[in-house]
Structures are given as structure tokens and as C-alpha cells.
Write a protein that binds this ligand. Structure first.
Ligand SMILES: Cc1cc2nc3c(=O)[nH]c(=O)nc-3n(C[C@H](O)[C@H](O)[C@H](O)COP(=O)(O)OP(=O)(O)OC[C@H]3O[C@@H](n4cnc5c(N)ncnc54)[C@H](O)[C@@H]3O)c2cc1C
Length: 396
């Protein structure tokens, strides 16, 4: 027999969006249940994004979940654009007064899960068969099978679809109610995590005729490196030696030497821009990757997810406490303004830095001209910097 439970907010997905939403609601005294398909260990080990905008750091601080982030996060005051084998630094702090913090997404996830468990608030891992129902009524429901194999039903006031790009909540919205905007890029990123100290104190975005490369890091001991590869590339064709060889080539610059180390993980990820409008259907609200995807070149994915739920938490609280619907009604449009700014910035960075098959010499000249302009014009550099460090929440 199915067990029936009532809560105020049913949250599908324990990624950065679902977990921060649950935490912000908990601080406001709003009940929520978080349902996650994977195990706790899996989500805490899942390596993805690693750059927090200053706006995100401030949000996590205000939410009281930034103690470890403040201790262990690496504050970066700029990045390098590397082209013509030379570094051109974009000095974020000089240009905008703001910075970014390198802190792995899985660390944000660990901090938020620990907080929720310490608070004794409900979070269920390893659930299956999640389905959402009655979205346009005032008591939407979630049915699922819990970790013990028992059927469950959760009746809610509001459902938050925070289940990422491959989740089920977006697909539960009837065809015709959503408009999809999508762009698939003709390349992918091969990413590795290496047990090696970073070879440079800041991120390096390298433009090279053989394709883009990125030098990043997760900690003073762990380097994160990416190579542009073909969209249908197979990881089997990339033994570690070949990856290092290609990284050495694309990251070459005067006075730079790349430190190698054991490869802890390697994965190929496709590049896509994707947005659905609106980010709401009745009492279902989509947040984070469930509603939008950006190519990782602009380091925006996790930051957008956090910005969405900041707004959603406020709107849901106003609704449940005071019966006000204006915040819920404004949610989608307000989020989408920030989403489209990030979509454009991520597309722009991607277009400037990657070589697509079939690009001709004209295209290459345009890219180099854009890179030189960005590196030498304070106005152009400031535009990159202010987008990268994160525009204020209400600026877009
Ligand atoms: C492989 C990869 C690498 C990335 N690298 C970068 C990067 O380098 N830089 C960057 O800025 N961004 C990167 N991103 C993007 C960034 O990680 C995402 O934007 C971010 O995770 C969005 O958070 P979210 O909470 O919306 O979604 P997610 O983190 O995807 O969380 C969704 C959660 O929902 C769960 N879930 C899914 N379906 C169900 C279901 N049916 N029932 C219950 N739970 C479900 C998932 O297991 C997951 O835990 C990367 C993404 C991927 C996939």
C-alpha cells in the first residue's frame, strides 16, 4: 500500500538547486521534502562545476553555509586568455572590484547535505519512479518508490523541479505549454581531474589552432584540465599520454610548464545551450539545469541554479506565509532575464575560443581580433569581467 505524506514544498533533485532551495526554505520555517534518485555518496562525489561567482559566494554566506567555503575556497582575482602563446590577464578585481572563488560543486553539495541532515530535515536518497501529478491544481502530488522499495505519495502546495537536464519534471509539462530554445555546438569537452598541483595560480583559457584548452583547478593539489574534442569523440581513443601531449601543445606559452600527475577521472561532455520558457507550469516551478543549460566556457551553470532558487525561495515563502502570488507569478520572467544574459555570455566565450570544423581563415581572424580587443580594451575586458564574476541579482 502507498504511504501518503503532506509537505509544503516537494523538491525533486538534490543538486545545488534543490539543496539550496530546501535550505533557504528551512530557514524561513517552510517544510520541504527533498527526493534524490542517486545515493548520498554518489552526489557528494560527482565532479562538475568549480567556479562560484562572487554573487553566489555572498548568497551562500547569507544563507549561513559558507564556513568551509570561506576556509578552503580559492579566491581568484582574474583569469588569463592565452593566445599567440602569450597570456593576457583579465584583472577582475581591478576592473570590477569583485572576484570569483574556486570551490568544487560537490563541496557545495556536501555542505548543504550536511546542514540538512544536521537540522533533521527530510531528504531521501535512492528514490525511483518519481512522477509529478495534478500540476495545475492547488494540491500537486509526487509519487515515487523509496529506497526500501515502498510506494510513496507526497501531497504538496508547490513542487520544485530541480532534477537537472535529464530529470522527469520538465517532461511532465504538456507539449505546447513550453517553448524550447536550443543550440548544440559542433564540439565537446574532454575533462580530466589530475592529482597534480595547478601549473598557474589562475584559470587559463587557451585559444589554439588545434582547439580550445582550459587549465583550471579544484584545490592546491588537484588540477582540472579540459580539451576541445569532436562531439562524437570516444574516450577510449584518449589514453592519458595522448591527453597530456595535447594539453602541452595547446597550453604552450613562454615560461609556462604544465605539471602532470595521475589522472583521477576523465569524461567527455557535449556542449549545449538550452532554455525552456516559461520556467513554470501551474504549481510546478523549474530551477537550474531542469530549465536551462549553458556550455561550461562561461562557468555559469551552477551559479544560475543558485540564483534561480534564491528567487524561488522568496516567492514560495511569500505565497505560503502571506498568500501572495506576485513573486510566484514573476519568478519565470525574472529568472529568464538572468538566464539569457548567461546564455549569451557563455555562447560568446565559446564562440571566441573554439575552432569548429570547417571554420575558415576569415573566422580565425575574427576570433583573434575579438581576443585582442578583449585583452587590450578596458571596456571590452570589463564586459567579460563583470559577466564572469556575476552581475548583481537584480541587474539583468
Ligand atoms: C558532466 C558535467 C560537467 C559540468 N561541468 C561544469 C563546469 O565545469 N562548469 C560549470 O559552470 N558547470 C558545469 N556543469 C554544469 C553544472 O554542473 C550544472 O549547471 C549544475 O549541476 C546545475 O545544478 P542543478 O541542481 O540544477 O542540477 P544537477 O546538479 O544536475 O542536480 C539534479 C539532481 O537531480 C537528480 N535527479 C535527476 N532525475 C531525478 C529523478 N527523476 N528523481 C529524483 N532525482 C533526480 C540528479 O541525480 C541530481 O542530483 C557541468 C554539468 C555536467 C553534467
Amino acid at each position: 500500500m502507498m504511504a501518503c505524506v503532506r509537505t509544503q514544498v516537494g523538491i525533486v533533485g538534490a543538486g545545488p538547486a534543490g539543496l539550496l532551495l530546501a535550505h533557504l526554505l528551512h530557514r524561513e520555517g517552510v517544510d520541504a521534502v527533498v527526493l534524490e534518485a542517486r545515493s548520498r555518496e554518489y552526489v557528494e562525489m560527482r565532479v562538475r562545476a568549480g567556479v562560484l561567482e562572487q554573487t553566489s559566494v555572498e548568497l551562500l554566506r547569507e544563507a549561513g553555509v559558507a564556513d568551509r567555503l570561506d576556509r578552503e575556497g580559492l579566491v581568484h582575482e582574474g583569469i588569463s586568455l592565452r593566445f599567440d602563446a602569450t597570456d593576457h590577464r583579465i584583472a577582475f578585481t581591478e576592473l570590477t572590484g569583485r572576484s570569483i572563488t574556486v570551490y568544487g560543486q560537490q563541496e557545495v553539495v556536501k555542505d548543504l547535505i550536511a546542514e540538512r541532515i544536521a537540522a533533521g530535515a527530510p531528504i531521501e536518497f535512492e528514490v525511483a519512479d518519481v512522477a509529478v501529478h495534478d500540476l495545475t491544481g492547488d494540491a500537486p502530488r509526487i509519487t515515487y518508490t523509496d529506497a526500501t522499495g515502498r510506494g510513496q505519495e507526497l501531497t504538496c502546495d508547490v513542487i520544485a523541479g530541480c532534477d537537472g537536464f535529464h530529470g522527469v519534471t520538465r517532461d511532465a509539462i504538456p507539449a505546447g505549454a513550453l517553448t524550447v530554445y536550443e543550440h548544440v555546438y559542433p564540439f565537446a569537452w574532454l575533462g580530466i581531474l589530475a592529482e597534480a598541483p595547478p601549473s598557474h595560480e589562475e584559470l587559463i583559457y587557451a585559444y589554439h589552432e588545434r582547439g580550445f584548452a582550459l587549465h583550471s583547478m579544484r584545490s592546491p593539489r588537484i588540477t582540472r584540465l579540459y580539451l576541445q574534442v569532436a562531439p562524437d569523440e570516444s574516450i577510449e581513443r584518449w589514453p592519458d599520454e595522448r591527453i597530456w601531449e595535447e594539453l602541452h601543445r595547446r597550453l604552450a606559452a613562454d615560461g609556462f610548464s604544465l605539471t602532470e600527475g595521475p589522472v583521477l577521472e576523465k569524461v567527455i561532455t557535449g556542449m549545449r545551450s538550452f532554455v525552456v520558457e516559461p520556467m513554470r507550469h501551474g504549481r510546478l516551478f523549474l530551477a537550474g539545469d531542469a530549465a536551462h543549460i549553458v556550455p561550461p566556457t562561461g562557468a555559469k551553470g551552477m551559479n544560475l541554479a543558485l540564483a534561480d532558487v534564491r528567487r524561488l525561495a522568496g516567492a514560495v515563502t511569500d505565497f505560503l506565509r502571506h498568500g501572495r502570488v506576485d513573486g510566484l507569478d514573476a519568478y519565470s520572467d525574472a529568472c529568464l532575464r538572468r538566464v539569457w544574459r548567461a546564455e549569451h555570455f557563455s555562447w560568446w566565450m565559446t564562440s571566441m575560443l573554439h575552432r569548429a570544423e570547417g571554420d575558415d581563415a576569415f573566422q580565425r581572424r575574427l576570433q583573434l581580433s575579438q581576443l585582442r580587443y578583449t585583452a587590450t580594451s578596458p571596456a571590452a575586458a570589463t564586459s567579460l569581467a563583470e559577466n564572469y564574476v556575476g552581475l548583481p541579482f537584480d541587474a539583468t
